[in-house]
Design a protein around this ligand. Structure first.
Ligand SMILES: NC(=O)c1ccc[n+]([C@@H]2O[C@H](COP(=O)([O-])OP(=O)(O)OC[C@H]3O[C@@H](n4cnc5c(N)ncnc54)[C@H](O)[C@@H]3O)[C@@H](O)[C@H]2O)c1
Length: 365
């Protein structure tokens, strides 16, 4: 038998290093290694080396290190995915950008606006692609809703709604270890981005927060909050509500809605599959239990989009065009973070709080 030689027209996959091999990092690692043809996972960095080694062995990744600096120094690595704890995100982004690596960073981009400004400077100086993990944009129903908004199907947005109910058991045993502000900085920050994205071009102006520890009241005095409702005003007059709770017994519940002058669009899959059971007691259906179930494809697609952006930069090709603004970057990270920080202040004082520093132009003024 004789095989014919073929010159490949397929671009080289981008070579990615993972930083942080915990819950989210492990899912991203499996996406990069198994589900995204345009990417290859080449190295894993995590100070918990046993966890990293186990993941690397599972996925056939040859390089494991305790120190992310090893990834930054490796000329074979095009880009990094940062999925370590939030308090390290900004410095890791800065170090990666300075080393010329493109960056996908889990939310939040930083813990305050000054930190984020340093990331912005480093990314601009290096000219790398920086993307944040606002995965809801990649869920097919959220994207369809955003396309409706872009097409004018709901008219001018007047009322917007976004909610997150994390799966739980009715108690939060690790509540003492949850950093203060987490419900705003790491949970509702997804809702703030979804609301901003659904209300294109509108600057967020102020927030009013009502929040409490209703799942774990005994931790309230230590500053822990597990339940929150945020009322958000935009400069175009639209009023938005975001709400979150850390313990939904029925699974992971994420929904969004835009109501406008011409109609309304809703997003948010509440059943795990389209199968609905009919029985003597009525209807029943499975609910999504975990974030990696509900957003399995969205988490994968955000990294596929990232890989495509990195490849276009590396190979000098045109950036991918999705028809609507999709890929979340530093401006989106800033706008959502500014809302989260105003929420922390409003929860502390009980007062309506102005949102400061939401736009890059405002930050530079
Ligand atoms: N987009 C989403 O829906 C979503 C869902 C869950 C978590 N996240 C985000 O992902 C990030 C990680 O969350 P998680 O739930 O996977 O946490 P995790 O605790 O499961 O994993 C964190 C990992 O980072 C490692 N680590 C600690 N310090 C590090 C450092 N300096 N450098 C590199 N790695 C370090 C830890 O050893 C651990 O393995 C957080 O920012 C979180 O907000 C996003």
């Amino acid at each position: 038998m004789t095989y014919f030689p073929v010159v490949s027209a397929r671009p080289e996959p981008v070579r990615i290093g993972l930083i942080g091999a915990g819950w989210m990092g492990a899912f991203h690692a499996r996406s990069l290694a198994l589900r995204i043809p345009g990417a290859v996972l080449v190295a894993i960095a995590d100070p918990a080396t046993a966890v990293a080694e186990e993941l690397a062995a599972e996925l056939g990744v040859a390089l494991v290190t305790a120190d992310p600096a090893d990834l930054f120094a490796d000329p074979e690595i095009d880009a990094v995915v940062i999925a370590g704890p939030a308090r390290f995100h900004a410095q890791l982004s800065i170090d990666a950008a300075r080393a010329g690596k493109h960056v996908f960073c889990e939310k939040p981009g930083a813990l305050d606006l000054e930190e984020l400004a340093r990331v912005e400077e480093a990314v601009a100086a290096a000219g790398v692609h920086w993307q944040i993990g606002f995965n809801r944009r990649y869920a097919t129903d959220f994207l369809a809703a955003r396309r409706d908004v872009a097409a004018g199907a709901v008219g001018t947005p007047q009322l917007l709604r976004s909610l997150t109910r994390d799966p739980g058991t009715g108690s939060i045993p690790h509540a003492a270890k949850v950093p203060q502000g987490t419900i705003f900085l790491e949970t509702l920050i997804h809702d703030f981005d979804a609301l901003n994205w659904f209300n294109p071009g509108a600057e967020p102006v102020s927030v009013h927060v009502t929040a409490d520890a209703l799942v774990e009241p005994s931790f309230k005095d230590a500053g822990f909050l597990d339940t929150a409702v945020v009322t958000l005003r935009y400069a175009n007059g639209a009023i938005a509500v975001a709400e979150a709770n850390f313990s939904a017994l029925y699974g992971y519940d994420v929904r969004g809605e835009v109501f406008g002058s011409a109609g309304m669009v809703q997003a948010g899959r509440t059943t795990e599959t389209a199968a609905v059971r009919y029985g003597a007691a009525g209807l029943s259906a499975e609910t999504p239990r975990l974030n990696i179930e509900l957003f399995h494809d969205a988490y994968t697609d955000e990294l596929a989009d990232f890989a495509e952006h990195v490849r276009s930069r590396r190979d000098g090709a045109a950036a991918p065009d999705r028809g609507v603004p999709l890929t979340p970057g530093l401006e989106d990270a800033r706008r959502a973070l500014a809302i989260a920080l105003a929420c922390i202040e409003s929860a502390r004082t009980g007062a309506t709080t102005a949102i400061v520093g939401a736009s890059v132009a405002e930050a530079r003024a």
